[in-house]
Write a protein that binds this ligand. Structure first.
Ligand SMILES: Cc1ncc(COP(=O)(O)O)c(C=O)c1O
Length: 522
């Protein structure tokens, strides 16, 4: 049906609804339905603008059980009468109680506020709905992604043989790294065993991965997915700043070799999730060379340093890695999802290749047709690269680096602010932008009571939506965590968060006769 033949008296939104009712084909995005596309975009934009303008806290504080009640009577087999009512429903079920990462009192996980220009790209890429698996579904998008991969590899310093691909994020990138490391080790240890074809060799249970105790759990998950199991990951001790201790790594590798095990990879973390600590990459690279181990650097968080003129040296040694994880959706202010996996030697990506006659026949290789699916775990894949492309072309790499630099400065001033209060115990000095600490007034020494008190502080802040902060455990004890990924904050905002935690702790203490009673409440 042609939109232009519609009577002008009908409003545009109602018009598209009317057509939906007549023929669902009129709801499809195409050249004949562009005005309805336009209407929908405007309607969505208006909702978002209205919502964001009114957000006065990072979260409403609603309890899961309370929110769940709103879903009970929804019958997904019944459609709503019009788009406005569907948007009202989205408002009630989602927008009203969403967690807003741009808010100055959101400081919990590795979620960043996003660049507006990346949202512009998001709108375009979802409308065209490009899929990155093959050239014949993507055209220029393939070259844009490839150019960004080459740019990132050059920033890391991986050399001219490097390559990579965009991923859904750090979990997938780490899995790909461990897959390549495993298959490489199988060839080296059980020649000519090619795991991609034959599966795991007889002695596969001997394969070992080394990662610091502060490394990300996706490494254990990858080990399980790859048939090795969580226990194949050897936890390596950290120093006081939560960086992998290279002496402990050397010992762990030697012990595994002495036991007849097959060390295959070391995962160094450049920016641990809790502490933002950066493992000693040059020392780890040296050990990997000595023992012929795959060196993977998980820079999901620390990758922001790649564009920092001030702090790039913190990543020194990353250029020696065999593979690297970067998450633009953490440290380049990109919307989820937007990550990449990079390798020093592009030939290693062949462990991921399968040629399907219908999609990427091997003849395409000889013809020089670039099919990115040849180096990806995913088949259908979003054109997330467009977001980073627009961000680099409009905002620029240096400016993104400066945003990341601001986060490091905020963490340093927040650290000083916590110390100055005298009632906080700090677990580390920040290298990136997290702060791990616990509220510990002088007169309180009982660890169980302190655990309960700190747990309660976090819950209390979330309960009324005043602030969303994170928690973790350090040496078995309960700590609180700020993850500072919002460069719009001023140090006064972080000071205010510190004071909020302190006052909440004091109020809870005053309300409970003893810390033990707090424990009972928790
Ligand atoms: C160091 C590190 N690696 C990997 C991941 C997993 O990344 P994603 O959530 O993008 O899968 C995270 C997530 O926080 C992380 O902090």
């Amino acid at each position: 049906m042609n939109m232009s033949s519609t009577p002008t008296a009908i409003t545009s939104l109602a018009r598209s609804v009317l057509f939906d009712a007549i023929d669902a084909r009129d709801g499809l995005f195409n050249d004949r339905n562009l005005s309805s596309y336009d209407d929908y975009l405007c309607a969505a934009r208006d909702r978002v603008v209205r919502t964001i303008a009114a957000v006065d806290r990072p979260f409403s504080g609603i309890a899961p059980a309370e929110l769940a009640k709103r879903f009970v009577d929804i019958d997904l087999d019944e459609r709503l009468p019009d788009v406005e009512q569907a948007l009202d429903e989205v408002d009630a079920l989602y927008l009203r109680d969403a967690v807003y990462f741009h808010h100055p009192r959101y400081a919990a996980h590795l979620n960043c506020p996003v660049l507006n220009v990346a949202l512009l790209a998001e709108t375009m890429l979802s409308a065209v709905n490009t899929s990155m698996d093959t050239w014949d579904q993507s055209g220029g998008a393939t070259f844009m992604e490839q150019k960004l991969i080459d740019w990132t590899a050059a920033r890391i310093g991986l050399g001219t043989t490097a390559d990579g691909v965009f991923t859904s994020g750090g979990t997938q990138s780490n899995l790909m790294a461990m897959l390549l490391a495993r298959d490489n080790a199988c060839i080296a240890r059980a020649e000519p065993h090619v795991a991609k074809h034959k599966g795991l060799p007889a002695d596969f249970h001997r394969l070992r991965i080394f990662a610091s105790r502060a490394g990300h759990f996706s490494v254990q998950k990858a080990a399980a997915v790859l048939g090795l199991g969580h226990d194949a990951v050897v936890p390596v001790a950290c120093d006081a700043q939560q960086r992998m201790d290279p002496g402990a790594l050397a010992q762990a590798i030697a012990a595994a070799e002495a036991a007849g095990d097959w060390p295959m990879a070391v995962v160094a973390t450049a920016g641990t999730t809790d502490f933002g600590s950066i493992d000693p990459l040059p020392r780890i690279a040296e050990l990997c060379r000595q023992h012929a181990l795959w060196m993977h650097v998980d820079a999901a968080y620390g990758c922001g340093l790649l564009v920092s003129r001030r702090h790039r040296q913190l990543l020194a040694g990353i250029e020696q890695a065999d593979s690297v994880t970067v998450d633009y959706h953490k440290s380049f202010f990109q919307p989820v999802s937007c990550g990449a996996f990079l390798v020093r030697d592009r030939r290693q990506l062949a462990h991921l290749t399968f040629h399907a006659d219908y999609l990427n026949p091997s003849s395409n290789v000889a013809e020089g047709i670039p099919n990115l699916v040849d180096k990806s775990l995913q088949t259908t894949r979003r054109f997330d690269a467009l977001k980073l492309w627009m961000s680099l072309r409009v905002v620029g790499a240096d400016a993104i680096g400066e945003l990341f630099d601001r986060l490091l400065a905020l963490a340093r001033s927040g650290h000083a602010s916590l110390l100055q209060q005298g009632c906080f115990e700090l677990a580390h000095a920040p290298q990136l932008s997290t702060l791990v600490f616990r509220f510990r007034p002088d007169h309180l020494a009982d660890d169980a009571g302190l655990d309960a008190l700190n747990r309660q502080i976090r819950r209390e802040l979330a309960r009324n939506g005043e602030a969303i902060i994170a928690a973790t455990r350090v040496s078995g004890r309960q700590y609180l965590k700020f993850t500072l990924l919002n460069p719009q904050l001023e140090s006064a905002d972080v000071d205010a968060l510190v004071m909020l935690v302190r006052r909440t702790g004091e109020r809870l203490l005053a309300a409970a006769a003893t810390p033990l009673r707090l424990g009972e409440q928790a």
